[in-house]
Ligand binder design. Structure first.
Ligand SMILES: Nc1ncnc2c1ncn2[C@@H]1O[C@H](COP(=O)(O)OP(=O)(O)OP(=O)(O)O)[C@@H](O)[C@H]1O
Ligand SMILES: [Mg+2]
Length: 141
């Protein structure tokens, strides 16, 4: 499924649509070049449930966690993670499959990335963006 997002507001609103279909244990990869809108989408997703809170990019912390009802939501930016094994130290391997985990730069995990991860690819498209979803079959996005 492809969706066109013309503005930042559209990306935030699309994040809210994704929030509504996520389940505990989901791993969602957010893929796209620098500045594509991965953090913006995550921000819309998180704020749709938690209100107008600050959702910083986890550029340096690598992980930010949020209360998500019965589980936590982990927002991760792995750009600066040097080796896949560092995910162990972050607790990310335990979180995946239990909590809801959003991953920017999921390629840093190498073979540790679960096969059944949902994915959203964000591509620059003129002034806006096009997103491509994979793995959302049976979910009413
Ligand atoms: N649909 C859209 N159309 C136009 N601009 C957008 C759209 N969605 C987001 N943007 C803008 O694009 C930029 C995206 O920044 P953001 O930090 O979300 O990117 P990122 O993919 O997380 O980058 P990084 O790889 O550095 O983490 C922001 O300036 C935002 O306003
Ligand atoms: Mg980002």
């Amino acid at each position: 499924m492809d969706v066109t997002l013309d503005t930042e507001q559209d990306t935030l609103a699309f994040g809210a649509r994704i929030a509504a279909v996520l389940r505990p244990g989901d791993v969602l990869t957010l893929v796209g070049d620098l500045g594509a809108g991965k953090t913006t989408l995550a921000r819309g997703l998180i704020q749709s449930r938690l209100g107008d809170i600050d959702v910083p990019s986890p550029t340096y912390t690598l992980v930010q966690t949020y209360d998500w009802g019965e589980v936590e939501l982990w927002h991760c930016d792995l750009y600066r993670m040097e080796a896949p094994d560092d995910a162990l130290e972050l607790g990310l391997l335990d979180a995946m499959g239990e909590e809801i985990v959003l991953l920017e730069w999921p390629d840093r995990l190498g073979a540790l990335l679960p096969d059944d991860a949902l994915s959203i690819d964000i591509a620059f498209d003129g002034e806006g963006r096009t997103v491509t979803l994979k793995g959302f079959e049976g979910r009413n996005v």
